[in-house]
Design a protein around this ligand. Structure first.
Ligand code: FE
Ligand code: FE
Ligand code: ZN
Length: 277
Protein backbone atom coordinates (compact mmCIF):
# COMPACT_ATOMS: atom_id res chain seq x y z
CA UNK A 1 0.00 0.00 0.00
CA UNK A 2 1.20 3.47 -0.80
CA UNK A 3 0.41 6.73 1.02
CA UNK A 4 -1.73 9.14 -0.98
CA UNK A 5 -2.43 12.86 -0.67
CA UNK A 6 -2.14 16.11 -2.54
CA UNK A 7 -0.50 19.49 -2.48
CA UNK A 8 -1.99 21.83 0.15
CA UNK A 9 -1.74 25.50 1.10
CA UNK A 10 0.25 26.22 4.27
CA UNK A 11 -1.66 29.49 4.86
CA UNK A 12 -3.43 28.20 7.99
CA UNK A 13 -0.39 26.44 9.41
CA UNK A 14 0.91 22.90 9.74
CA UNK A 15 -1.72 21.23 11.90
CA UNK A 16 -4.43 22.64 9.64
CA UNK A 17 -2.83 20.85 6.67
CA UNK A 18 -2.86 17.54 8.54
CA UNK A 19 -6.53 17.99 9.49
CA UNK A 20 -7.44 19.01 5.97
CA UNK A 21 -5.74 15.93 4.54
CA UNK A 22 -7.66 13.69 6.94
CA UNK A 23 -10.86 15.30 5.66
CA UNK A 24 -9.70 14.63 2.11
CA UNK A 25 -9.19 10.96 3.01
CA UNK A 26 -5.42 10.99 2.46
CA UNK A 27 -2.38 10.24 4.61
CA UNK A 28 0.42 12.39 3.19
CA UNK A 29 0.70 15.85 1.59
CA UNK A 30 3.00 18.48 0.23
CA UNK A 31 3.21 22.26 0.66
CA UNK A 32 5.42 25.08 -0.51
CA UNK A 33 8.10 25.97 2.04
CA UNK A 34 7.78 29.59 0.88
CA UNK A 35 5.85 31.55 -1.72
CA UNK A 36 6.45 29.45 -4.88
CA UNK A 37 7.05 32.47 -7.11
CA UNK A 38 8.00 35.29 -4.74
CA UNK A 39 10.22 33.33 -2.37
CA UNK A 40 9.01 34.74 1.00
CA UNK A 41 8.90 32.38 3.98
CA UNK A 42 6.74 32.42 7.13
CA UNK A 43 8.19 31.77 10.59
CA UNK A 44 7.53 28.39 12.19
CA UNK A 45 5.25 28.16 15.24
CA UNK A 46 6.71 25.27 17.31
CA UNK A 47 3.36 24.51 18.99
CA UNK A 48 1.70 24.21 15.58
CA UNK A 49 4.43 21.85 14.32
CA UNK A 50 4.14 19.73 17.45
CA UNK A 51 0.37 19.45 16.99
CA UNK A 52 0.93 18.24 13.41
CA UNK A 53 3.56 15.71 14.52
CA UNK A 54 1.13 14.20 17.02
CA UNK A 55 -1.52 13.96 14.34
CA UNK A 56 0.91 12.35 11.90
CA UNK A 57 1.83 9.55 14.27
CA UNK A 58 -1.68 9.06 15.65
CA UNK A 59 -3.17 8.75 12.16
CA UNK A 60 -0.18 6.88 10.69
CA UNK A 61 0.65 9.32 7.92
CA UNK A 62 3.34 8.54 5.41
CA UNK A 63 6.32 10.83 4.94
CA UNK A 64 5.49 14.41 3.97
CA UNK A 65 7.04 15.99 0.90
CA UNK A 66 7.73 19.72 1.25
CA UNK A 67 8.30 21.52 -2.06
CA UNK A 68 10.87 24.27 -2.60
CA UNK A 69 10.06 27.53 -4.35
CA UNK A 70 10.23 27.55 -8.15
CA UNK A 71 12.41 30.64 -7.94
CA UNK A 72 15.18 28.67 -6.23
CA UNK A 73 17.74 27.98 -8.96
CA UNK A 74 21.14 26.69 -7.87
CA UNK A 75 22.48 26.69 -11.43
CA UNK A 76 21.41 29.97 -12.97
CA UNK A 77 24.01 31.75 -15.11
CA UNK A 78 23.31 34.77 -12.89
CA UNK A 79 25.49 34.57 -9.74
CA UNK A 80 23.00 36.63 -7.69
CA UNK A 81 20.20 34.19 -8.53
CA UNK A 82 22.49 31.31 -7.58
CA UNK A 83 23.48 32.91 -4.27
CA UNK A 84 19.85 33.69 -3.53
CA UNK A 85 18.94 30.08 -4.33
CA UNK A 86 21.57 28.77 -1.93
CA UNK A 87 20.30 31.12 0.77
CA UNK A 88 16.72 29.83 0.28
CA UNK A 89 17.93 26.22 0.37
CA UNK A 90 19.86 26.72 3.61
CA UNK A 91 16.97 28.50 5.33
CA UNK A 92 14.41 25.98 4.10
CA UNK A 93 16.49 23.06 5.37
CA UNK A 94 16.98 24.71 8.77
CA UNK A 95 13.24 25.15 8.97
CA UNK A 96 12.59 21.55 7.96
CA UNK A 97 14.39 20.43 11.13
CA UNK A 98 11.37 21.58 13.13
CA UNK A 99 9.61 18.63 11.50
CA UNK A 100 12.38 16.02 11.56
CA UNK A 101 12.54 13.05 9.23
CA UNK A 102 10.46 14.37 6.35
CA UNK A 103 11.29 14.99 2.69
CA UNK A 104 12.25 18.25 0.99
CA UNK A 105 11.80 18.15 -2.78
CA UNK A 106 13.22 20.63 -5.25
CA UNK A 107 13.61 21.13 -8.99
CA UNK A 108 17.35 20.65 -9.53
CA UNK A 109 17.49 23.84 -11.57
CA UNK A 110 17.70 25.44 -15.00
CA UNK A 111 21.19 26.03 -16.37
CA UNK A 112 19.99 29.06 -18.41
CA UNK A 113 22.42 28.46 -21.26
CA UNK A 114 25.47 27.27 -19.33
CA UNK A 115 24.94 23.67 -20.41
CA UNK A 116 23.82 20.68 -18.35
CA UNK A 117 27.33 19.74 -17.20
CA UNK A 118 27.95 23.15 -15.60
CA UNK A 119 24.43 23.05 -14.17
CA UNK A 120 25.05 19.65 -12.59
CA UNK A 121 28.27 20.89 -10.94
CA UNK A 122 26.61 24.04 -9.59
CA UNK A 123 23.64 22.11 -8.20
CA UNK A 124 25.94 19.67 -6.42
CA UNK A 125 28.07 22.56 -5.17
CA UNK A 126 24.97 24.23 -3.69
CA UNK A 127 23.94 21.00 -2.01
CA UNK A 128 27.43 20.52 -0.60
CA UNK A 129 27.24 23.99 0.94
CA UNK A 130 23.76 23.48 2.38
CA UNK A 131 23.68 19.91 3.72
CA UNK A 132 25.16 18.94 7.08
CA UNK A 133 25.77 15.52 8.65
CA UNK A 134 23.25 15.80 11.51
CA UNK A 135 20.29 16.99 9.43
CA UNK A 136 17.24 14.74 9.60
CA UNK A 137 15.59 15.71 6.34
CA UNK A 138 16.13 13.81 3.11
CA UNK A 139 16.50 16.15 0.12
CA UNK A 140 14.81 14.92 -3.04
CA UNK A 141 15.78 15.78 -6.60
CA UNK A 142 12.65 15.85 -8.75
CA UNK A 143 12.66 14.13 -12.16
CA UNK A 144 12.05 16.94 -14.66
CA UNK A 145 10.28 17.18 -18.03
CA UNK A 146 13.18 18.96 -19.71
CA UNK A 147 11.31 22.20 -20.36
CA UNK A 148 13.67 25.03 -21.35
CA UNK A 149 17.11 24.41 -19.83
CA UNK A 150 15.93 22.21 -16.94
CA UNK A 151 18.53 19.89 -15.46
CA UNK A 152 17.28 16.48 -14.32
CA UNK A 153 15.47 15.46 -17.51
CA UNK A 154 17.19 12.08 -17.50
CA UNK A 155 18.12 9.55 -14.84
CA UNK A 156 21.74 10.01 -15.94
CA UNK A 157 21.68 13.73 -15.07
CA UNK A 158 20.23 13.02 -11.63
CA UNK A 159 22.87 10.35 -11.07
CA UNK A 160 25.64 12.80 -11.97
CA UNK A 161 24.36 15.29 -9.39
CA UNK A 162 24.24 12.59 -6.70
CA UNK A 163 27.75 11.45 -7.62
CA UNK A 164 29.08 14.93 -6.83
CA UNK A 165 27.27 15.31 -3.49
CA UNK A 166 29.35 14.49 -0.41
CA UNK A 167 26.52 13.55 1.97
CA UNK A 168 24.85 11.05 -0.34
CA UNK A 169 22.73 9.52 2.42
CA UNK A 170 20.79 12.82 2.58
CA UNK A 171 19.77 12.59 -1.09
CA UNK A 172 16.85 10.83 -2.75
CA UNK A 173 14.70 11.21 -5.86
CA UNK A 174 11.06 12.22 -6.28
CA UNK A 175 9.58 10.58 -9.38
CA UNK A 176 7.10 12.91 -11.09
CA UNK A 177 5.03 10.74 -13.45
CA UNK A 178 4.04 13.67 -15.71
CA UNK A 179 7.58 15.00 -15.95
CA UNK A 180 9.17 11.60 -16.56
CA UNK A 181 6.60 10.85 -19.29
CA UNK A 182 7.11 14.27 -20.88
CA UNK A 183 10.87 13.64 -20.77
CA UNK A 184 10.30 10.53 -22.90
CA UNK A 185 10.18 7.59 -20.46
CA UNK A 186 7.37 5.17 -21.34
CA UNK A 187 5.84 4.51 -17.94
CA UNK A 188 2.61 3.45 -19.67
CA UNK A 189 3.77 0.67 -22.02
CA UNK A 190 7.08 -0.24 -20.36
CA UNK A 191 7.00 0.59 -16.66
CA UNK A 192 9.22 -2.34 -15.75
CA UNK A 193 11.77 -1.25 -18.34
CA UNK A 194 11.79 2.32 -16.99
CA UNK A 195 12.18 1.12 -13.42
CA UNK A 196 14.95 -1.20 -14.50
CA UNK A 197 16.76 1.79 -16.02
CA UNK A 198 16.14 3.81 -12.86
CA UNK A 199 17.57 1.01 -10.78
CA UNK A 200 20.66 0.58 -12.94
CA UNK A 201 21.40 4.31 -13.22
CA UNK A 202 20.28 5.74 -9.86
CA UNK A 203 19.28 2.78 -7.72
CA UNK A 204 15.73 2.08 -6.56
CA UNK A 205 16.77 2.62 -2.93
CA UNK A 206 16.96 6.38 -3.74
CA UNK A 207 13.33 6.46 -4.87
CA UNK A 208 11.60 8.15 -1.94
CA UNK A 209 8.42 9.84 -3.23
CA UNK A 210 6.15 10.16 -6.24
CA UNK A 211 4.38 13.17 -7.75
CA UNK A 212 1.37 11.41 -9.18
CA UNK A 213 0.11 13.32 -12.22
CA UNK A 214 -1.28 12.47 -15.63
CA UNK A 215 0.09 14.52 -18.55
CA UNK A 216 -1.69 16.75 -21.07
CA UNK A 217 0.98 16.00 -23.67
CA UNK A 218 2.47 13.19 -25.72
CA UNK A 219 5.37 11.24 -24.31
CA UNK A 220 8.62 13.05 -25.02
CA UNK A 221 6.95 16.45 -25.48
CA UNK A 222 9.30 18.07 -22.95
CA UNK A 223 6.39 20.27 -21.85
CA UNK A 224 5.36 19.72 -18.18
CA UNK A 225 1.59 20.24 -18.20
CA UNK A 226 -0.13 18.18 -15.51
CA UNK A 227 -3.55 16.59 -16.10
CA UNK A 228 -6.16 14.95 -13.86
CA UNK A 229 -5.74 11.20 -13.31
CA UNK A 230 -7.03 9.28 -16.32
CA UNK A 231 -7.77 12.38 -18.38
CA UNK A 232 -4.32 12.72 -19.92
CA UNK A 233 -2.02 10.86 -22.29
CA UNK A 234 -0.73 8.43 -19.65
CA UNK A 235 -4.26 7.22 -18.91
CA UNK A 236 -5.97 5.62 -15.92
CA UNK A 237 -4.91 2.03 -16.63
CA UNK A 238 -1.24 2.99 -16.64
CA UNK A 239 -1.62 5.26 -13.60
CA UNK A 240 -3.22 2.38 -11.71
CA UNK A 241 -0.51 -0.06 -12.75
CA UNK A 242 2.10 2.47 -11.65
CA UNK A 243 0.60 3.04 -8.19
CA UNK A 244 0.24 -0.69 -7.58
CA UNK A 245 3.77 -1.59 -8.69
CA UNK A 246 5.66 -3.18 -5.78
CA UNK A 247 8.63 -0.81 -6.33
CA UNK A 248 6.53 2.03 -4.85
CA UNK A 249 5.15 0.19 -1.85
CA UNK A 250 5.10 2.42 1.24
CA UNK A 251 6.05 5.62 -0.61
CA UNK A 252 4.15 8.92 -0.39
CA UNK A 253 2.25 9.71 -3.62
CA UNK A 254 1.42 13.42 -4.02
CA UNK A 255 -1.25 14.55 -6.48
CA UNK A 256 -0.35 17.80 -8.26
CA UNK A 257 -3.23 17.47 -10.67
CA UNK A 258 -5.30 20.52 -11.77
CA UNK A 259 -8.16 20.04 -9.27
CA UNK A 260 -10.28 21.86 -6.73
CA UNK A 261 -10.77 20.31 -3.26
CA UNK A 262 -13.60 18.05 -4.42
CA UNK A 263 -11.45 16.80 -7.31
CA UNK A 264 -8.67 15.84 -4.92
CA UNK A 265 -11.11 14.04 -2.61
CA UNK A 266 -12.27 12.01 -5.60
CA UNK A 267 -8.79 11.21 -6.88
CA UNK A 268 -7.62 10.14 -3.42
CA UNK A 269 -10.68 7.86 -3.16
CA UNK A 270 -9.94 6.44 -6.63
CA UNK A 271 -6.36 5.58 -5.73
CA UNK A 272 -7.33 4.07 -2.38
CA UNK A 273 -10.02 2.03 -4.16
CA UNK A 274 -7.36 0.31 -6.30
CA UNK A 275 -5.89 -1.21 -3.15
CA UNK A 276 -9.22 -2.29 -1.69
CA UNK A 277 -10.45 -4.24 -4.73
FE1 FE B 1 7.79 20.10 -8.65
FE1 FE C 1 6.09 17.58 -9.49
ZN1 ZN D 1 5.34 19.77 -13.20
Amino acid sequence: MIHIGCHLSVTNGYEAMGRQMLEFGGDTFSWFTRNPRGGKSKDVDPADVKALEELLSEKRFGKLVAHASYTMNLCSANPDTRANGLDMLKKDLEKMEYLPGQFYNFHPGSHTGQGAEVGIEQIADGLNKALWPEMQTTVLLETMAGKGSEVGRSFEELRKIIDLVDLKDKIGVCFDTCHTWDAGYDIAADLDGVLDQFDKIIGLSRLKAVHFNDSKNERGSGKDRHEKLGQGMIGMKAMKRFAMHPAFDGLPFILETPNDDEGYVQEIATVKGWFQA
